[in-house]
Design a protein. Structure first.
Length: 201
């Protein structure tokens, strides 16, 4: 019988260890002492608290578009989120008192546009109540399913609406991407502290 080589002998304990079931036991970390005034500035939950906290949150800027019959509608959104890769779902919120809500309530498809830092004016235009958002200064065209598509954006999607979820005075729109183009040039536009900002390294 041949004696095991040094390498085989060294690997034997590893092979034995791998047969043990379950993860190794973990030691619970003790709670860290906290200064007495750590929570002194904490505020109770309120609309203003939520707004104040999210002013600290830098978000990407998108424009959502839809067709209201033959009329294009759209608005600036900073609530855009990726929900799922399979199927490719995203979400955003809109107020039921907004001028775009009737179109979003009734449409089957909508457009999602990721804005670049060169599009601050466009973001402001689509955020401004009563503005002529699709006037002569806005480059756009009709896309698949009649969805209005904006020119010069970093990326765009045409999406099929799959759900409208009530959330207070808003609705969470969940939509599935059916077509798009991510090949635009430039850097993203951000929204922070109530202002549109360029990305800084």
């Amino acid at each position: 019988m041949t004696a095991p080589t040094a390498s085989a002998a060294q690997s034997a304990p590893l092979a034995t260890a791998s047969l043990r079931s379950g993860p190794p036991p973990q030691t619970a970390m003790p709670a860290q002492p906290r200064p007495a005034d750590l929570f002194a500035s904490a505020l109770p939950g309120s609309p203003e608290l939520l707004r104040s906290v999210f002013r600290q949150h830098a978000a990407g800027v998108a424009v959502i578009t839809a067709a209201d019959g033959d009329r294009p509608v759209g608005f600036t959104a900073t609530s855009l989120n990726s929900v799922s890769a399979e199927p490719p779902l995203l979400s955003f919120t809109t107020g039921t008192s907004s001028s775009s809500w009737p179109a979003l309530r009734d449409c089957d498809h909508l457009g999602v546009h990721i804005l670049g830092e060169h599009q601050k004016e466009l973001a402001g235009l689509f955020a401004r109540s009563g503005a002529d958002r699709f006037g002569p200064g806005t480059g756009w065209s009709r896309g698949p399913h009649g969805v209005p598509l904006l020119d010069g954006v970093l990326a765009w999607l045409v999406c099929r609406v799959v759900a409208r979820v009530p959330a207070g005075e808003h609705r969470v729109i969940i939509a599935e991407a059916v077509l798009g183009d991510p090949a635009g040039q430039g850097r993203p536009l951000l929204y922070h502290q109530g202002r549109f900002n360029a990305l800084r390294d």
